[in-house]
Ligand binder design. Structure first.
Ligand code: NDP
Length: 469
């Protein structure tokens, strides 16, 4: 079957060099390009850094490897209660970085192979738009044309450059390649990246201070979750300074930096880290030349079919700033390819997206927070429990597990599940199926407990938390 996008002139010759040209080989761009190529489209993708994008190269994957590394720090400590002697374990940062780099190289190779095997062409180049059908390949200083163009350039860490010394601080991009392990770290922010890196550096033995402008971290999560994570991080030994922001960063002798705050005394550190959000990577992309409209923070505006205001230009993933999560970008990329190159129109369903924060212990959550559920559904039943997991009895660890079910009162449908505790992301991925399928509290109750696990508490909660709404 001929791809829908192949535009032919009167002589049957292709009018454009490609049916699809994708800018950005991250999660969304790779999925879209691979699928389109596998459906017969003449597809190409340009990537200015490394194929795989943020998730594979400097995001989810190396982050999770760092999380595993840092968890050993607590495990050595906890092992004593179980009879192990794990005196004076030593950690070598350079070994971790080298092994992590080797794994990322391997994955990068897999992504490149998968694209090529599907028949897509890869350009190691920055690409910009010249008009709605023309892409300029900067590294090769030449233009190519395409019937359809997909913008999948992702996002980039935002830093507050209005403050003096802003560039003395790193972002997550650099944190994966530090030459030396920092003994003292100061992190700005209270979202995903700030929390995850604070726990990573703390677990690996650093002194960590988190500087957050609000009260409890993870503001956009269920309130009980943000309070629990805040408390667990403090238990881990992370110092959290609230209601203040970086005011100035000063270079001191050697590698030392001094962070001056808008309120409170200064903090000295070897590493200062911005984790204050990511913004769509659209600067200098030539969107104006192609007539593509952008919105807040430069995000490409798209409709539910991933279409921009220009008929043949599309966008998926973080560059559209809808939901900044890898699996969402992948789904959007697939939906785009199915719709445009496979006669199979698909829209992404954004309801009940499971989310995890790889704090220690981690967070897993799906559906509505208690506050959002009350606003949307009115009367809401809430079930909560918090306990010391069995593993922590002999270890002596004080870390607790928190669980919360949010139930729409009129239908008894479970509309939110929120967990902080070991294994929470794994539990939530499975629970998300039940929640998305509309399971009721009664069906949770009817499900047999699996003993002894922490997860069994999810089907054993019987007493409603005091009604508020
Ligand atoms: P987040 O949006 O999660 O958090 C940003 C944090 O920075 C918030 O605490 C915010 O405060 C604070 N902040 C924003 N602006 C300022 C400012 N001007 N001064 C001081 N503080 C500020 O962004 P991240 O950078 O942590 O992560 C980016 C995105 O990447 C996430 O939203 C997530 O979608 C994705 N991600 C997902 C991960 C996962 O799935 N596990 C892991 C890492 C990233 P406030 O709370 O008050 O708004």
């Amino acid at each position: 079957m001929r791809p829908i996008s192949a535009r032919m002139d009167g002589l049957g010759m292709a009018k454009f060099d490609y049916d699809l040209f994708t800018i950005g080989a991250g999660s969304g761009g790779v999925r879209a390009t691979r699928l389109a190529a596998s459906y017969g489209a003449r597809a190409a993708v340009a990537e200015e850094y490394r194929v795989g994008g943020t998730c594979v190269v400097r995001g989810c994957i190396p982050k999770k490897l760092f999380v595993y590394a840092s968890e050993f720090g607590h495990m050595f400590h906890d092992a004593g209660g179980y009879g192990w002697t794990a005196d004076a374990p030593r950690f070598d940062w350079k070994t971790l970085i080298a092994n992590k780099d080797a794994e990322i190289d391997r994955l990068n190779g897999v992504y490149i192979r998968n694209l090529k095997n599907a028949g897509a062409e890869i350009f190691d180049s920055r690409a910009t738009l010249k008009d709605e059908h023309t892409v300029h390949l900067v590294a090769e200083n030449r233009d190519v044309t395409a019937a359809k163009i997909l913008i999948a350039t992702g996002g980039a860490p935002w830093t507050d450059n209005s403050i003096e010394g802003s560039d003395l601080a790193v972002t997550s991009n650099e944190a994966f390649h530090l030459e030396e392990f920092p003994k003292r770290v100061v992190i700005a922010g209270g979202g995903y990246i700030a929390i995850e890196f604070a726990c990573i550096f703390r677990g690996l033995g650093a002194e960590v201070t988190l500087v957050y402008r609000g009260d409890d971290v993870l503001k956009n999560f269920d309130r009980d979750i943000s309070v629990a994570v805040h408390r667990e991080m403090q238990r881990l030994g992370v110092r959290i300074v609230t209601k203040t922001v970086f005011a100035r960063i000063e270079q001191r002798a050697g590698a030392e930096k001094r962070v001056h705050l808008s309120a409170g005394g200064p903090i000295d550190a070897d590493l200062v880290f911005w984790a204050v959000g990511r913004r769509p990577a659209t600067q200098g992309l030539g969107l104006e030349a192609a007539g593509v409209k952008t919105g807040k923070d430069g995000a490409v505006i798209v409709d539910e079919w991933n279409r921009t205001n220009v008929a043949n230009i599309f966008a998926v993933g973080d560059v559209t700033d809808r939901v900044q999560l890898t699996p969402v970008a992948i789904r959007e990329g697939a939906a785009f390819a199915e719709t445009e190159f496979h006669h199979n129109p698909q829209k992404v369903d954004y309801d009940f997206i499971p989310k995890a924060v790889f704090s220690q212990p981690p967070v897993g959550t799906v559906g509505y927070s208690e506050g959002d559920a009350r606003r949307k559904f009115g009367a809401t039943d809430v079930y909560k429990t918090d306990f010391r997991p069995m593993k922590n009895t002999l270890s002596g660890s004080e870390a607790r597990t928190y669980m919360k079910l949010v139930v729409e009162q009129s239908t008894q449908r479970v509309v939110g599940v929120h967990i902080v505790g070991e294994g929470a992301p794994e539990m939530i991925q499975c629970l998300a199926i039940a929640v998305k399928a509309g399971a009721t509290k009664r069906q949770f109750d009817e499900t047999m407990a699996l003993h002894p696990t922490s997860a069994e508490e999810l089907v054993l909660m019987r007493t409603k938390w005091a009604e508020k709404g």
